[in-house]
Design a protein around this ligand. Structure first.
Ligand SMILES: CC(C)(COP(=O)(O)OP(=O)(O)OC[C@H]1O[C@@H](n2cnc3c(N)ncnc32)[C@H](O)[C@@H]1OP(=O)(O)O)[C@@H](O)C(=O)NCCC(=O)NCCS
Length: 123
């Protein structure tokens, strides 16, 4: 099943499919995407939560603000459509662009590993 969530203001579509990917399409062209899973409550969180993986903007569209557009719309979608409040992800410490993106979007460090961080965003 494919859910299409129409973002009126920016005239883009975010699609969630059985492969659980948020996609930012502009004029039907894939610009940015983010895989995700919905996890059950566990030893870390006592409620269901989202894990992101493989967040990326297609090379030629980088640096134009699209990942932020996608992220902000994901936040709304997760909160109001999926009705979940927590997003987590793992990012390498040397991925400065991604760290800038996540910190400026309100993610915080949840756990620190040798070469990476686990980040959390509470919606
Ligand atoms: C990280 C990535 C998703 C950012 O996508 P993007 O669409 O180019 O990012 P945006 O243009 O929306 O910029 C969003 C923020 O990212 C950061 N950023 C983007 N490009 C940057 C650069 N060249 N240097 C430093 N920070 C940068 C900034 O914080 C920026 O916000 P700002 O412009 O308000 O300062 C993209 O570089 C990418 O796909 N990288 C390869 C895959 C990857 O590493 N994914 C993360 C896995 S955890």
């Amino acid at each position: 099943m494919v859910n299409i969530y129409h973002m009126d203001i920016i005239k883009c579509y975010m699609i969630t499919s059985k492969f659980k990917t948020f996609k930012l399409l502009i004029d039907n062209i894939l610009v940015s995407e983010c895989g995700y899973n919905i996890e059950d409550a566990d030893e870390f969180f006592n409620e269901k939560y989202i894990i992101f993986y493989n967040f990326k903007t297609i090379d030629q569209y980088r640096g134009k603000g699209y990942s932020k557009v996608l992220l902000n719309n994901i936040f709304d979608y997760v909160k109001y459509n999926l009705k979940l409040n927590i997003i987590t992800l793992i990012v390498y410490k040397n991925n400065i662009k991604a760290l800038n993106l996540y910190f400026s979007s309100g993610f915080e460090i949840f756990m620190e590993y040798d070469d990476s961080y686990s980040l959390i965003k509470k919606l």
